[in-house]
Write a protein that binds this ligand. Structure first.
Ligand code: ATP
Ligand code: MG
Length: 388
């Protein structure tokens, strides 16, 4: 019996005339996610995406469950529309369902949908006949229409399809349908989560990381590359800019008031990211900041950081507690990598007494104590670019 995977998608339905654009993007993103798995045939038909010519195995289903825009994944069977073929197919589906069931004698239900109105039985009649067939062929099973252990979905379209498993998709919208943003990606827990949340809404990501060699090691850079690679499973390919930050930090450390050091550093991070964002055609910056989490993330701190750039800044974690952020990091599998103990550039030049209520004017005045233009130019000249 032919196997295939059915993909259901939700929110992109709502997009009216743009619908084909969203659907085509999703089809392409699915192809991208499966590029290491041979040459699957991925196509759309009547509000559904079908994946054929593919093995149905855990790693493939895992990859699909990370593609934004997918609501549900159904490993399915396909047959001709004759009753004999449909019955043979349902038998295979039932055997698989029973193998996977934890119950000795599971209850079941057949749910039919007849999209092809020329099919001789209507959905009620079809469910009844197939239900009777299952009862005859599998001893000890019972029907439960309200709360079945096994629910077999049967659909009559251009072919007949059946499935019993529904794997939840990642939700959101297909990456590439909602513009582009540049993520300030540290090696910490927060920023990968922030990037994931923005990408979930269909936004393509580019990332920027500030590296303070030799204060931060090659290992800390590798860690950020790894985090970025983990994100690509959701976001598709990501271009990562690694910007040397040591000289800027040293200058700030020597010339500016100690209490403002972190804020000034953050402002330069934003400025450089904005320049890269413009070069990349991004429309926004993304950070992992959350109100009050550290001294630089008080409302005054955030205002002073924001003041450094004109571009829109998204802070999707702004109202989340650290524990909530950690839960998402675990769910999206970035947590383990984030907590590896390599130095981050922010922890190298930390002020002894950070100002928690910096005034924008004071920060601006302090900033001109270094030659920002020259320092930024030099940092950008030595940037490393990774296409992940
Ligand atoms: P994270 O857990 O993501 O490191 P954090 O709680 O440590 O965040 P900060 O170090 O104050 O907070 O950084 C706030 C935000 O600034 C980060 O979420 C990230 O977006 C950005 N950022 C911090 N350090 C770097 C860096 N080295 N490179 C790029 N962006 C950075
Ligand atoms: Mg950090």
């Amino acid at each position: 019996m032919d196997r295939l995977i059915l993909i259901r998608y939700g929110e992109i339905y709502l997009k009216g005339l743009n619908r084909p654009f969203f659907e085509n993007r999703l089809v392409n993103n699915i192809k991208g996610a499966l590029k290491h798995y041979g040459r699957p045939r991925v196509y759309k038909e009547q509000g559904r995406i079908y994946i054929e010519n593919i093995a149905i195995e855990g790693s493939i289903l895992d990859s699909l469950s990370m593609v934004f825009g997918i609501v549900g994944i159904n490993p399915a069977w396909k047959s001709e529309k004759s009753m004999d073929s449909v019955k043979a197919m349902v038998k295979d589906v039932m055997v698989d369902a029973m193998e996977k069931s934890t119950k000795e004698n599971p209850t079941f239900k057949i749910e039919s949908r007849r999209a092809d109105k020329t099919f001789p039985l209507n959905s009620m009649e079809l469910s009844r006949e197939i239900g009777a067939f299952v009862l005859q062929n599998f001893k000890g099973l019972k029907v439960d229409v309200h709360n079945p252990d096994i629910r077999i979905n049967l659909e009559i379209r251009e072919c007949a399809y059946a499935y019993h498993e529904n794997i939840p998709g990642a939700g959101g919208m297909p990456v590439g349908t909602n513009g582009k943003a540049t993520l300030l990606l540290s090696g910490g827990i927060d920023s990968p989560v922030a990037g994931w949340m923005i990408a979930k809404r269909g936004v393509t990501l580019t990332a920027v990381h500030y590296h303070s060699f030799p204060y931060t090691s090659d290992k800390s850079k590798e860690k950020v590359l790894d985090l970025c690679r983990l994100l690509t499973k959701y976001c598709g390919s990501i271009r990562l800019y690694v910007v040397p930050f040591t000289e800027l930090q040293q200058e700030l450390y020597e010339k500016c008031p100690d209490g403002l050091l972190t804020i000034l550093m953050r402002r330069f991070m934003m400025k450089i990211a904005e320049m890269i964002a413009i070069r990349e055609g991004s429309q926004a910056l993304v950070t992992g900041e959350s109100i009050g989490q550290v001294a630089s993330q008080t409302l005054e701190g955030l205002a002073s950081t924001n003041d450094a750039v004109d571009m829109t800044v998204f802070r999707p974690l702004i109202g989340l507690d650290k524990v909530e952020i950690m839960e998402i990091a675990e769910k999206i599998n970035t947590y383990e990598t984030s907590i590896l103990p390599y130095e981050d550039c922010c922890t190298v030049f930390v002020p002894r007494h950070p100002t928690t209520k910096p005034k924008v004017k004071a920060v601006r005045d302090a900033e001109v104590l270094v030659d920002g233009t020259v320092l930024i130019d030099r940092a950008l000249k030595n940037v490393e670019v990774f296409d992940l």
